[in-house]
Design a protein around this ligand. Sequence first.
Ligand code: F6R
Length: 579
Amino acid sequence: MCGIVGYLGMKQAAPMLVSGLKRLEYRGYDSFGIATIGSSLVSAKKCGRISESDGYAASLEGRMGIGHTRWATHGVPNDVNSHPHLDCTGSIAIVHNGIIENYSVLRRHLEGRGHHFASETDTEVIVHIIEEYYTGDLLEAVKKTLPHLEGSYAILAIAENDPRIIAAREASPLVLGIGDGEWFAASDMTPLLDYTQQVVFLEDGDIAALSPDGICVFHEGVEVSRSAERIEWDIEAAKKGGFAHFMLKEIFEQPKVFYDSVSAAIDPATIRAIQDAGGLMVVACGTSYHAALIFRYLIEQLCQIPVRVELASEFKYFTPPMQDLVIAVTQSGETADTIAALKMAKAHNCGTLGITNVLGSSVTRVADHIVYTQAGPEISVAATKSFIAQIAVFLNLINNLCDRQYDEVLHTVHQAIETVLLEDISVAAEYCKRAHDIFFIGRGVMYPAALEGALKMKEITYIHAEGYAAGELKHGPFSLLSPETPVVALCTPGDSYAVMLSNIKEVKARGAPVIGIGREGDRELAEVADVMISVPPTHPLTDIVTTSVVLQLLAYHTANALGRDIDKPRNLAKSVTVE
Ligand code: F6R
């Protein structure tokens, strides 16, 4: 959710922190702040986005410092609630990502001992407890503080007269970077890529000290060695590269992303785990949940393997009967609900498989098996290429389960995506732009595609949109249809084609304009739809991918026509590390 960053080296820290926070802004962007230590500890923080207001922060003095970009949980976004938070003396500063669940008890206790609290945040208790223990050794003070905290945290702390940045993690991501005489800490590796590809992923319970002499990591009081890993992600992939928005760039990267993800070798042990499982369950949230629903339709149809798909956010409180193998789908690898569901599955002795885009993310530490999507860094808050990569991984798994009988078709899908990227979406976007509500309808595997199309549309355009199984519209939502309510109908060939055409005609008869997405050359659909967007006439397996790309483009162009903040839609954050 929030992004944190730390720098210690020979350069001025503030500009490094500001540039790191700009890369992390997609994790949260309602306020920001940094603290540095030169001759003394100084800090600057502000409500709003760092990309719009960084001048003062970047001028702070000092060669070590910490920074934060916030997605508010406790306390409204304002200057005071922004991080860093300081102790009563103003000589210790911390930034924090996560939630301290027992903060109100701790706060009452600390106030009773005379501490003055400036903000409404849960975070501020941490720095006041550190203050209680600080006698000149920040590492020791943090070590004594952590046992008091319940909840999740990634923390960076600095103090005057201590030359170190102290980092600690529990159920919140934190990665350290090793540069040339300089050290970094961050919520994820995107801010590090400019300076180093050598990173150390901290484990839950780790405390690390970054100093001019290097990095020391401690676990349960003992110094441990955590080996550095080399990151292959390219910094260019985390830049806009001439596109108006990251989202558009990421949509255009999908031919390669699909090809790489569908072709990547999968550990035979993972395939065996699926084959040997008596039952499969997939847990996920948001867009990843929609990818999981698509997987269910495909694997049940093509391999006759039944699958339960569960919202991870429901799982903890309404646990369904467990299955032999539980698969967590999470592009970030950090979604709190998904990780919690996977941990519960492990506690029930289920086998676990994680599908993620991020090396070293939390899911990779929990799951028995891991399959990586090959999407590269995704900066836009709306998931696009990570979703297509998830579908590609699912198709890759299915192909492996079916003795690779889909090799040929799967290796042509990227060309079909390239064709779709050239489609003119402007007329359809014009219909959507004027709407207050939009329905997306499909049947079979196109039903979860419709859910995802609606999610993308509402997420970045702020227009209310709903995905429906096409046959369900007449059981209630018909009452909402009008000329101002476009219906996007996913209508590619297959068993349900004829009934979809009937559903479209029913919609038209109630006055709603129809945007039909179907195969190129489909005259029947073109005649009944007000606007038709074509996907190439290839293979049924390709249609789910090409149709999904069209829906992404439709949401993008509608949001662009409305002048929305496409890469950072209001109220959202990319990585949801709180329940
Ligand atoms: C929507 C979107 C979210 C995420 C959801 C799960 O565009 O990105 O719905 O899909 O927050 O995130 P991950 O996949 O990281 O677990």
